[in-house]
Design a protein around this ligand. Structure first.
Ligand code: SF4
Length: 266
């Protein structure tokens, strides 16, 4: 009982830190997700442009996947296929290792970031540095555990000096991410930061204009929000981020489960 009380206090303190001032059982909060475009800007929109996998290079094998597949096995195979990848120039620009992805291969919720940083490059896992710890807090504030979700980056190798990935690097590496998305088949995707949002939605707009709503993307609802590294520098944007996470939680409650989407077969 004492443990439960401590857990509850910890959770409430976390929510307070995120700017949550109260709770509501009002059904209208979730009803507005179904209502389509609304005056408060909460709607599920079509992406500005389709984001299709390349038919060249690493995107090809998805076509020849077995009739019924186990996501964990296919993700393992994909990781083996990537191997010690040398497909783009980042392999020779100081990366330690490929940082593939981590989490539940059948997750309802997927987080997509930009590229590994120094800690991720060293440990071989996405979002394990300070920004990763903040992401874990966000996930826990949503009532989930880190192992419940799937986490990956658009780019699998650390760019030198944490510079932005270049177009040729994105074009070469992104098909791996698309295959991860297609295999996990999340119901919702959170795109973390402007780079990930622009790469996935093929738009060139500031994150402040793109966030606050959901977009249809590869069978999931994609919600853009600020990158945790940005939140470490600008904590005043935590409140907007929490609003985006509330939208994600509402979409997860509203969107059909795996049965309605069919089995994972190709
Ligand atoms: S960034 Fe992607 S394509 Fe480039 S070397 Fe790493 S895994 Fe290969």
């Amino acid at each position: 009982m004492a443990d439960l009380k401590l857990d509850l206090i910890g959770h409430l303190e976390l929510l307070q830190e995120w700017g949550v001032s109260g709770f509501s059982l009002d059904a209208r909060w979730t009803d507005r997700i179904d209502a389509g475009p609304s005056s408060d800007g909460v709607a599920v929109e079509s992406p500005p442009a389709p984001a299709l996998p390349s038919t060249d290079g690493p995107g090809e094998d998805r076509i020849s996947a077995p009739a019924v597949v186990e996501p964990a096995d296919v993700l393992d195979n994909l990781r083996r296929e990537i191997g010690d990848c040398t497909r783009c120039k980042l392999h020779a620009l100081g990366r330690t290792q490929v940082v593939f992805g981590v989490g539940n291969p059948r997750a309802d919720l997927m987080f997509v970031g930009e590229a590994p940083g120094a800690d991720e490059d060293r440990l071989g896992m996405p979002f394990v540095g300070r920004a990763g710890q903040l992401l874990t807090k966000i996930i826990e504030a949503m009532g989930l555990r880190r192992e419940d979700v799937y986490i990956a980056n658009v780019i699998k190798c650390r760019p030198p000096g944490n510079r932005n990935p270049e177009p040729d690097e994105i074009a070469t590496c992104e098909p791996f991410l698309l295959r991860q998305i297609d295999m996990v088949r999340p119901r919702a995707i959170v795109a973390l930061g402007a780079f990930a949002v622009r790469a996935l939605l093929r738009v060139d707009a500031p994150i402040s204009r793109l966030r606050g709503r959901a977009y249809e993307y590869r069978g999931a609802k994609l919600v853009p929000t600020f990158h945790p590294a940005f939140l470490l520098r600008s904590p005043q944007y935590k409140r907007e981020t929490w609003e985006d996470m509330k939208l994600v939680m509402a979409l997860l409650r509203e969107s059909p489960g795996d049965d309605a989407r069919g089995t994972r077969s190709e």
